[in-house]
Design a protein around this ligand. Structure first.
Ligand code: SF4
Length: 546
């Protein structure tokens, strides 16, 4: 097993727990006092791109990425000459070809395009409580950065205030809050996407949204996720809530209506209940039936009035992967998100997360192969987002390149949640009267925050960028978690621009698979991305023999 380094002396980061492939701890905590790369980037922004203590140091790469098969064992190409994809107003003059001029905005979709300022989107943040608690930060942050954010499954089903009768929702305050919070600062970039699973379909979520919001929302059909293959789960700690969820039609484990379970709960032997969702397509025994059912579901959404529809699939095996690519293409969906094994929020069975499904790089490499088969037949392949353990700007670049030209976005789950927690913790200290509402965990600033300052404008590198955008008078309404998200976005944007400039690609659609190489032979075999020194070797030898 590969051990990812816990600290990085060069940029001054330390993980609280054990790092995963993404660089985040396997257990990321909302109360964390720091300070991994994502945590610190949410405060310092682009400064984290560089080694610390400039002027009294030198720094050299630890080259920890050449073992095993993962995104960390891909390396990024840099070219000596040329510049592609410059905006019309720019020339090939070196004064124009500077990294801040790299355009990292783009769009996805078929008829009605969805624009974004940075090629990232959030993972699905659904009924899990951590999503509800910090939603204000996540949604305002996503709207200000200009990226899509996904409301995960079951949000209406677990909402005690929602009114659902016979598959018709007449009231869904939590879902309304999730959508309205994003739309408040939406300025034409990014999107609000709402997922729909078996229970959501039964509850009439699609009908409710189209009636209330029209096509402002992208509707997402959900096949699966990377973390688990048994649908969404949450944990509740009261008998009354467990019974409510059971009445709403969920599977609740252990069953809170059984007398022996009630007794065990009363005596403290059972302390919580797990709410589970149902598996999809259980009544369909072959591919043709699944295909027909899927097309019918898409058609149904179109009839309701949805102009943009997406599909999210998990790290199932190759057959399901091919189905997702083929069916989403055939149905002319706007986006297909392919989530590799590993990542998850709080309630996936741990050993399932560790052992089930296809790891991201294997899954994404095959996705490219399958998409290319369709493209070779002349099909217009669905736009895609890759997800699963991707957190840094180099991950964004590599995943876009690995899936090029089909990948438009990189979907980030846990990493985009960190600024939400961090900003809320800071705001709870600076404004104790808001601490409870914000789910802040701190009574005083963490040492790594104190080093930066004692007010929001001293702490967050992007504070004044946000102020410029929304106006000084509006800043009181912007959660610090959203400012932290903008600050993290600043680091990811600048870092991506630098990598793209080095590869001489000044626009996202110029990135190809030639921009990466495999750092070891096993990675080459899995990804079909050639080994480092094999790339351009022929051209090199031609130069020598000329
Ligand atoms: S923010 Fe999360 S991933 Fe980062 S150090 Fe803290 S616990 Fe670990």
């Amino acid at each position: 097993m590969i051990q990812w380094p816990k600290s990085n002396d060069a940029i001054g980061t330390v993980n609280r727990g054990n790092p995963a492939e993404s660089g985040l701890c396997t257990l990321c905590r909302a109360d964390c006092k720091g300070k991994c790369e994502t945590w610190l980037s949410s405060l310092k922004g682009r400064k984290i791109l560089y080694p610390r203590d400039y002027g009294i140091i030198t720094a050299g790469s630890a080259n920890t990425c050449h073992v095993g098969v993962s995104y960390n064992s891909l390396r990024i190409q840099g070219y000596l000459y040329g510049a592609q994809g410059l905006a019309k107003k720019l020339s090939n003059d070196p004064d124009d070809c500077v990294f801040p001029n790299v355009d990292v905005s783009g769009e996805f979709g078929v008829k009605k395009k969805t624009k974004f300022r940075l090629p990232i989107m959030s993972g699905a943040l659904g009924s899990t409580f951590v999503a509800a608690k910090y939603w204000e930060s996540f949604a305002v942050g996503a709207a200000l950065v200009g990226i899509p954010i996904v409301v995960g499954e079951n949000v209406v089903g677990v909402d005690k205030q929602a009114v659902i009768k016979k598959g018709k929702i007449s009231k869904a305050p939590e879902l309304d809050r999730r959508i309205d919070t994003f739309l408040r600062y939406y300025d034409g970039y990014g999107a609000i996407i709402v997922q729909m699973n078996v229970e959501d379909t039964r509850n009439g979520v699609a009908e409710y949204i189209i009636n209330k919001y029209g096509d402002k929302v992208i509707m997402e059909l959900k096949w699966g996720q990377g973390a688990k293959d048994i649908g969404g789960e949450i944990q509740v700690t009261t008998l009354e809530y467990a019974q409510f969820l059971k009445d709403r039609g969920y599977i609740v484990d252990p069953d809170p209506t059984k007398p022996e379970v009630k007794k065990a709960f009363k005596h403290g032997a059972i302390k919580s209940f797990a709410r589970h969702s149902r598996l999809g397509y259980t009544n369909l025994s072959n591919l043709d039936l699944v295909h027909a059912d899927f097309m019918k579901a898409v058609e149904g959404l179109r009839k309701l009035g949805y102009k943009r529809i997406s599909l999210k699939t998990g790290s199932y095996g190759m057959e399901a992967l091919a189905m997702s690519v083929k069916y989403a293409t055939e149905a002319q969906l706007d986006l297909l998100t392919i989530d590799g094994s590993g990542g998850g929020t709080g309630m996936s069975p741990w050993n399932m997360m560790e052992t089930w499904g296809v790891p991201s790089i294997h899954l994404h490499a095959k996705t490219h192969e399958y998409a290319s088969i369709l493209a070779a037949k002349g099909e217009k392949v669905v736009d895609m987002a890759f997800a699963g353990g991707l957190a840094r700007e180099d991950h964004i670049f590599k995943a876009l390149a690995l899936g090029a030209p089909f990948t438009k976005l990189i979907c980030m789950g846990r990493s985009l949640m960190i600024p939400g927690y961090l900003g809320s913790n800071i705001e709870g200290v600076l404004h104790p009267e808001r601490k409870e509402k914000l789910s802040g965990h701190w009574d005083k600033l963490a040492p790594a925050v104190e080093e930066l300052g004692s007010s929001a404008d001293e702490i967050f590198a992007s504070y004044y960028d946000v102020q410029k955008k929304v106006g000084a008078g509006e800043m009181k309404n912007i959660p610090l978690g959203a400012i932290a998200m903008c600050t993290l976005g600043d680091k990811l944007e600048a870092g991506l621009q630098q990598l793209m400039a080095g590869a001489r690609k000044f626009a996202l659609d110029e990135i190809t698979r030639h921009e990466i190489f495999s750092a070891n032979k096993e990675t080459e075999e899995i990804t079909k991305i050639p080994f480092i020194t094999d790339v351009q070797d022929e051209s090199a030898k031609k130069i020598l023999s000329s």
